[in-house]
Design a protein. Structure first.
Length: 109
């Protein structure tokens, strides 16, 4: 199973090409530490359609990890700026760590 793990607290994104039972068992504790697993085993990320679906998943995961919400919900421009910077960093790293020209093209446009 292909997975991408976005880790918010450690500010790391780790991409694994296969997940073992140990990694699957670790997922709940990773979620407690601000990590989100994004599976793309069901996608062909070498074509545009699959890459678009994965990119959307990565965007949503990055938003969640970085707590990217509206200014009204965050309460200050400083928090909003930090959340946006975090989002861009996480998304950039996730895309860079996945070997897909189609995904890279979507991210670059």
């Amino acid at each position: 199973m292909k997975k991408t793990i976005l880790t918010g607290i450690a500010a790391l994104i780790v991409v694994g090409l296969s997940a073992s039972a140990t990694a699957i068992a670790a997922t709940p504790s990773q979620l407690e530490n601000g990590a989100i697993s994004v599976s793309f085993a069901d996608l062909n990320i070498q074509n545009t359609a699959g890459a678009k679906v994965l990119y959307s998943r990565l965007q949503h995961a990055s938003e969640s990890v970085c707590n990217l919400k509206s200014y009204r919900e965050l309460g200050s421009l400083s928090r909003l700026a930090k959340a946006r910077a975090c989002y861009v960093e996480k998304l950039d790293k996730a895309v860079a760590n996945i070997d897909s020209a189609a995904l890279q093209a979507i991210h670059s446009s």
